[in-house]
Design a protein around this ligand. Structure first.
Ligand SMILES: *[C@@H]1O[C@H](CO)[C@@H](O)[C@H](O)[C@H]1NC(C)=O
Ligand SMILES: *[C@@H]1O[C@H](CO)[C@@H](O)[C@H](O)[C@H]1NC(C)=O
Length: 252
């Protein structure tokens, strides 16, 4: 039976049956602050184990629906250009799609050209071949609305941020039609790394260098000790919960 004859829902079920050898492999809600799934997969840099590959670094796993497609080419090229920013933040990036390693390797030439880097340079990050979609399914990344020409649901553009303790810290899921904003991804890395080190939180649209908020659990005397130049915003409720401070140093 051709895949095109199988409805997407059925296809998803077949995927689940094919890959859910044990209940542990069934897709379940990933919870922030829990250990990120560990997996071993083939990639453009050979077989890699996620946790071992990340070592003591932060990690960003970002997935895309297919090789040789326009939006994905712009995204992976942007990541090539942003490598110094990721390195500065001690972040290892890993790409992933359900295509073969060979496809990734020949597509990498297009990406390098689009990124404006030398064709002789080595591709700066691995791209995982999730050919059987087992990782995409485990990470709940199947998009039932977007399908390829065979009618098979695409894997979504997932972004997963993993800290050095291998905890799952943040995810953003975009559909195939909508390319990501990697400035936002760097921004959230800055916020995560800073708020891991200091008892602060970052307000709406915060950017590196702007004021931050003191976490509500921190007593005022402690806040005065830790931060110079704090101020509390006066609110109609009279409650002093909006305490601002200059941004402490971002690690790295
Ligand atoms: C991840 O998997 C590798 C390879 O199977 C294993 O050596 C390593 O201990 C695993 N890490 C964790 C935290 O389970
Ligand atoms: C990984 O992919 C390469 C390139 O296709 C292939 O030669 C190699 O056998 C694959 N390794 C595994 C373990 O599947």
């Amino acid at each position: 039976m051709a895949l095109s004859n199988v409805t997407p829902v059925l296809f998803h079920l077949i995927c689940l049956l094919a890959h859910a050898i044990s209940a542990e492999d069934c897709p379940k809600m990933l919870l922030l602050g829990t250990e990120f799934p560990n997996f071993t997969a083939n990639s453009t840099e050979g077989v890699i184990n996620l946790h071992e590959y990340l070592g003591d670094s932060w990690g960003i796993l970002f997935a895309h629906p297919a090789d040789f497609t326009p939006v994905c080419t712009t995204e992976l090229a942007r990541v090539v250009k942003l490598m110094p920013e990721f390195e500065k933040r001690n972040v290892k990036v890993i790409g992933m799609s359900p295509d073969k390693v060979e496809n990734h390797q020949s597509w990498a030439k297009d990406i390098k050209m689009y990124a404006g880097v030398s064709e002789d340079s080595s591709f700066p990050y691995p791209i995982i071949a999730d050919e059987d979609r087992s990782i995409s399914i485990k990470l709940n990344m199947i998009d039932m609305m977007e399908k390829n020409k065979e009618g098979v649901p695409l894997t979504a553009r997932g972004v997963f941020i993993i800290c050095p303790k291998k905890l799952f810290r943040l995810s953003i899921l975009y559909p195939a039609t909508t390319g990501r904003n990697f400035n936002e991804i760097l921004r959230v890395v800055d916020s995560l790394q800073m708020t891991d080190k200091h008892p602060v939180a970052t307000p709406v649209d915060w950017k590196a260098g702007e004021s931050v908020m003191i976490q509500p659990s921190l007593p005022q005397e402690k806040a005065n000790e830790l931060f110079a130049g704090t101020h509390t915003v006066t609110l109609p409720s009279g409650k002093p919960y909006m305490r601002m401070a200059p941004q402490p140093a971002i690690p790295n």
